[in-house]
Design a protein around this ligand. Structure first.
Ligand code: ADP
Ligand code: ASP
Ligand code: MG
Length: 415
């Protein structure tokens, strides 16, 4: 008998029939003699709807301007989606004769940081859940939510139910964590834009971490971090074809064939900011990035041009598109200290990345990327690299073309 955590995403619980189907998959594991904790997302589209409601009602009467709702109250609203599915799945299991009970984040409790909307899980108290499992109940956990240090409901950022699932698996010391979704595993790239994408039998934690943080939304980045840290054997499987192969997250040593590139990720959530003619002397980078950090903006890629006259230079960097307005406001506020001549921005950009642990051993991997993009006439605006990835910023309109071309160039296409 094993202890397993299962997670079902939004499309997997999109309506009552699908919730019944999920209940049957849970029952199947229980009939095999396993103790089961199931983590569920909100029904597809629910979280977007709830976020929209909170934003809408935050506007002052008569105003058309977007307004930010109180983040703590927004969390109360958006966490409700998962509460509904947890209750419905517990009822559906009951209807199949399987004893089950629902658990909200605060009931377990799943303790998080106080950063509402992007809280990090800090700890899970597994005691009560373990007692419930020992009584033979299936634990149905509402994903995406926890409780903050001031005892308020918190949420974990979009896609956060993956993280809830892996954290619950780690907290319960489960034998494995199965993430059921609408694709049958992790692919070489998003199968929705590249029909020739191939399913990976296995992927190293480090690679999955890069894939997720560079835009492959199949797993939330933080879930991979927790899986890696606690060595939780985690699989990605299809809800609609549960016996198809799936993908196992594993240690690097367990991957025999290390191709130079394992996968390609892309992100449209990017914006580029350029400061023209800033003074080329010590302290300027600090004057720019200090205020950005203070206003909670994450800066990703950075490139500084060579100064032509030794006095003035240009600096370009990228931020998440949703943080563009905040970033521009913080730069404009610091304008006297930075002393730039002009500030420009472009939100029609996207980042495309190649990822692979094999890159360490294969020279010339980046060159293939640059050549492939140039053959397609795609201009590279910014480049950044690490040991196992190369990212480029390009015009958003070329994302799909770029991903498909790179997928073929690195011989990842299915035969
Ligand atoms: P869920 O609601 O189950 O959490 P998500 O929509 O968050 O599902 O994640 C699954 C989606 O991730 C897939 O439908 C697919 O379009 C997308 N995706 C992006 N990159 C990849 C990849 N490399 N492999 C598999 N799926 C990917
Ligand atoms: N329902 C949340 C979202 O849509 C969490 C999740 O599905 O993982 O982001
Ligand atoms: Mg998801």
């Amino acid at each position: 008998m094993a202890k397993i955590a299962m997670k079902f995403g939004g499309t997997s619980v999109a309506d009552l029939d699908r919730i019944r189907h999920v209940a049957a998959l849970v029952k199947r594991e229980r009939d095999r003699g396993h103790e089961v904790a199931v983590v569920v997302s909100a029904m597809a589209g629910e979280t977007n709807k709830l976020v929209g409601w909170a934003n809408e009602i935050a506007k002052s009467p008569g105003s058309n301007f977007p307004a930010m709702p109180d983040q703590r109250e927004q969390d109360v609203v958006v966490a409700a989606g998962e509460q509904v599915t947890a209750g419905l799945l517990a009822v559906a299991l009951g209807a199949l004769g399987v004893p089950a009970r629902s658990w909200l984040g605060w009931q377990i409790p799943i303790r998080t940081s106080g950063v509402h909307g992007h809280a990090r899980i800090e700890g899970i108290d597994p005691e009560q859940m373990n007692e419930s499992l020992a009584r033979g109940e299936v634990a149905v956990v509402a994903g995406f939510q926890g409780v903050s240090p001031d005892e308020r409901i918190s949420t974990l950022g979009r896609g956060g139910s993956d993280t809830s699932a892996v954290a619950v698996a780690a907290g319960l010391k489960a034998d494995r964590c199965d993430i059921y979704t609408d694709v049958d595993g992790v692919y070489t790239t998003d199968p929705r834009i590249v029909p020739k994408a191939r399913r990976l039998e296995k992927i190293a934690y480090e690679e999955m971490l890069e894939m997720a943080s560079l835009g492959a939304k199949v797993l939330q980045t933080r879930s991979v971090e927790i899986a890696m840290l606690h060595r939780v054997p985690t699989r990605v499987l299809s809800t609609f074809d549960p016996d198809a192969g799936g993908t196992l997250l594993c240690d690097e040593e367990d991957i025999v064939e290390k191709k130079p590139v394992t996968g390609i990720a892309y992100s449209r959530d990017e914006a580029k900011i350029t400061l023209h003619k800033i003074p080329d002397h010590p302290g300027i980078a600090a004057a720019i990035f200090g205020p950005l950090a203070d206003s909670g903006v994450n800066v990703d890629m950075i490139v500084q041009n060579v100064s032509e006259d030794g006095k003035k230079t240009d600096l370009t960097f990228t931020v998440s598109r949703s943080e563009l307005a905040r970033a521009l406001a913080s730069i404009e506020k610091a304008a006297p200290q930075i002393a730039y001549r002009e500030l420009t921005h472009d939100a029609n950009v996207a980042k495309v990345s190649i990822i692979g642990i094999g890159m360490r051993a294969h020279p010339g991997v980046a060159q293939t990327m640059f050549r492939t993009l140039s053959e397609k006439g795609i201009n590279i605006q910014v480049i950044s690299t690490s040991e196992i990835k190369v990212s480029v910023l390009i015009a958003e309109e070329y994302v799909e073309l770029a991903v498909r071309a790179l997928h073929s160039a690195y011989e990842l296409d299915v035969a």
